[in-house]
Design a protein around this ligand. Structure first.
Ligand SMILES: Nc1ncnc2c1ncn2[C@@H]1O[C@H](COP(=O)(O)OP(=O)(O)OP(=O)(O)O)[C@@H](O)[C@H]1O
Ligand SMILES: [Mg+2]
Length: 271
């Protein structure tokens, strides 16, 4: 805790470090949904995620009645406040090292935002080497975003509505060694722009690979308006954390989630 707080304060000097409080204020109201807001939902195949899989995979935000779901609601509120203050609608989830809990956080945050009636959410799996978003929803996609980026599939063929209202997934499939080239390709650049600009009430959440293992995350960050850093307690050294923070120095880091903490409340948010 102290280690992380010190590292964060040092690297982001001037930025206030705030503990997540249960009484987080409600986000300012989002613009009303546009009539076409559900086009993405309508244009995607519905493959209903099983509640037991969501439970087993810890997508706790899919149900309302748990302490963990409350924590993601608090995170959602803080994230939506930060995004709406700057009129931002795209957010990347990053971490220094592997297995920090990025995909789990992305799945829960996206689900929690979708449960807020003011927003639709598109959760995009940009871990092109090890895509895992689909497994958190118990799905086996026939096409992934890489198929779209390489011209093998239409975008609509890649979209899946997992049966959670207002949430659509753009999953990954397979493993792609040319991932960083794909992430900076003109097709990806225009896709990220189109996804951000099309609907004013849509939040686009990108699940990225770790910052320190490949250049994928850092290559993609210029295409996104904000990022959230997930740090797993005991999962990164201070040096790794500092390195990761240096890598996102030019990105808009809106906060940090301390995941899997030994303290009583298991997720904390610093913004
Ligand atoms: N707070 C937590 N409590 C229990 N298990 C957790 C927690 N956070 C993550 N896990 C588990 O740890 C594993 C890694 O989580 P996750 O896939 O979200 O990490 P990641 O940062 O996306 O990893 P990668 O860098 O490989 O993409 C998963 O099995 C996940 O269920
Ligand atoms: Mg992941």
């Amino acid at each position: 805790m102290d280690r992380i707080e010190r590292a964060l304060t040092k690297a982001k000097s001037g930025q206030r470090v705030v503990r997540l409080r249960p009484a987080a204020q409600a986000a300012p109201p989002a613009p009303p949904p546009t009539p076409a807001a559900n086009d993405t939902v309508r244009n995607s195949a519905t493959v209903r995620s099983s509640p037991s899989v969501l439970k087993r995979m810890r997508v706790v935000a899919a149900t309302h009645d748990s302490v963990e779901a409350d924590l993601f609601r608090m995170l959602r509120t803080r994230v939506l406040q930060k995004l709406s203050q700057a009129n931002h609608r795209s957010l990347a989830i990053v971490s220094p090292s592997a297995a920090a809990g990025k995909t789990l956080t992305a799945a829960n945050l996206a689900t929690s935002i979708a449960k807020d009636l003011n927003h639709t959410v598109l959760l995009v799996d940009l871990d092109l080497r090890r895509p895992r978003v689909h497994s958190y929803f118990g799905l086996r996609p026939e096409h992934g975003i890489a198929d779209y980026l390489t011209g093998k599939a239409e975008l609509t063929a890649c979209l899946i509505h997992p049966g959670i209202e207002r949430l659509v997934l753009l999953p990954g499939r397979g493993s792609h060694k040319t991932s960083s080239e794909m992430l900076t390709s003109p097709r990806m650049t225009s896709l990220s722009k189109e996804l951000r600009d099309r609907y004013l009430d849509r939040i686009v959440v990108y699940d990225l690979p770790p910052l320190l293992t490949t250049d994928d995350a850092i290559s993609f960050l210029p295409q996104v308006e904000a990022c959230l850093m997930v740090v797993r307690e005991g999962g990164s050294t201070k040096g790794e954390l500092e390195q990761a923070l240096a890598l996102v120095a030019d990105a808009n880091l809106i906060g940090t989630v301390l995941n899997d903490s030994n303290e009583k409340i298991s997720n904390r948010y610093y913004g």
